[in-house]
Design a protein. Sequence first.
Length: 435
Amino acid sequence: MSVVAIVGRPNVGKSTLFNRILGERKAIVEDYPGVTRDRNYADVTRYDKPFTLIDTGGFEPVSEVRMLVQMREQSQLAIEEADVILFVMDGRDGLTPSDEEVAEMLRRVDKPVLFVVNKVDGDKQEEQAAEFYSLGIEHFFVTSAEHGRGMGELMAAILDELPEVKTVEDDSAEVRLAVIGRPNVGKSSLVNKLLGYERVVANPTAGTTRDSVDTPFTYNNQRYVLIDTAGIRRKGKVSQKLEKYSVVQALKGMDRAHVVMVVIDAEEGITEQDLTIAGYAYDRGRAVVLVVNKWDTLTKDNQTMKKFTDEVRGQFKFLSFAPIMFVSALTGQRVAKIMETVEDVAQQFNRKISTAELNRVLKQAEEAHPPAMYHGKRVKLFYITQTAVRPPSFTIFVNKEKGVHFSYRRYLANKIRQPFGFSGCPIRITYRDRE
Ligand code: GDP
Ligand code: GDP
């Protein structure tokens, strides 16, 4: 998916603009709802060109000098990764030296940069905004993110600048695997180890894409493609040092993946960024395997694995379906098991269940435990059908969709998971009214 990045000093209104562009929060249809995470990226899917919106802000300025450094880094990130950059300035504060410096830097970029003067709530501020023309920029977007002013023009320009939507050809014969995680968790070590196994036959004709180098390989007669994300092959780049950078690359890798291996460092424990990345995989309905690496570094007793499992389960609540593995790329401990797990999860992810079987299970579930009444009326489950794979998605037709209580949805999700072996992958269930 294309990326639109918002850049600018703290307090100019980036997050307000972010929320304004995002519009109403997209409801996630899943069997484990109720996950709220603080995040600075979101998918905007309500236009014909969907994109990922990133607010690169969120840092605390310590000093003017420090802020400038951070703004440069932030802009660098946007320049490298975004398809369209929104540079936001504050129409009330007027032009500041750091704005000038960053604007100068962005002017020389050969990517679309839209210069936004925000907090222009009325005509009075509009007059003040004229001083921004001294930057020598031809066109400004004058907005009030708070009140929605100027948003139409800005949105039109964003959509205009975004590249045409390319459809990723979905070769159903291959499983695309992304290995993601913060820098230094051991992604490259793991990948090298994995590809080094006898049973994993690397395919010499590696395909390349704009963003990454993919490595095809075969395991148990199944074709896989390893999607290379940050840190595996392009090590040593300046921007690797930036925490945010690896997130953006991880997001792009996950876009194209079926199965996502989220690698966590056992020594460092779970970090905020691990959760952000995993949250994105969850939002996208990807199958996830949680791999705790560097297991060799811990002094263990017979409780260590259980404690760590509880910790992971507690933190990654929304990924309750994801298998957890404890491995060491250094010693090779359990690394051979990783592909077994990936294979299992990938098969679930592609599993198609016949309508007859599904309806048999639905009927049984309903008989064992009928739905509660809704406004004095019986809630009826008519029919279930699988509408998609990757992830397995189902639609249940009912007489009153609103009447199916959250806890009942959860009950049905579990009832559908169990008999069909969807233990390690996400499933989606949509409820629809049928007269
Ligand atoms: P960020 O640090 O760049 O993400 O800025 P925020 O979005 O958090 O906004 C900083 C402050 O500016 C908040 O108090 C917002 O309510 C306010 N703000 C944002 N956009 C506008 C606007 O268009 N007009 C006015 N008057 N205030 C705004
Ligand atoms: P990446 O940035 O995620 O690709 O991480 P690397 O694979 O480059 O590994 C980062 C560092 O961690 C290197 O010094 C590795 O040798 C080390 N490392 C990777 N896996 C393990 C492991 O399982 N145990 C230990 N002790 N060190 C590891």
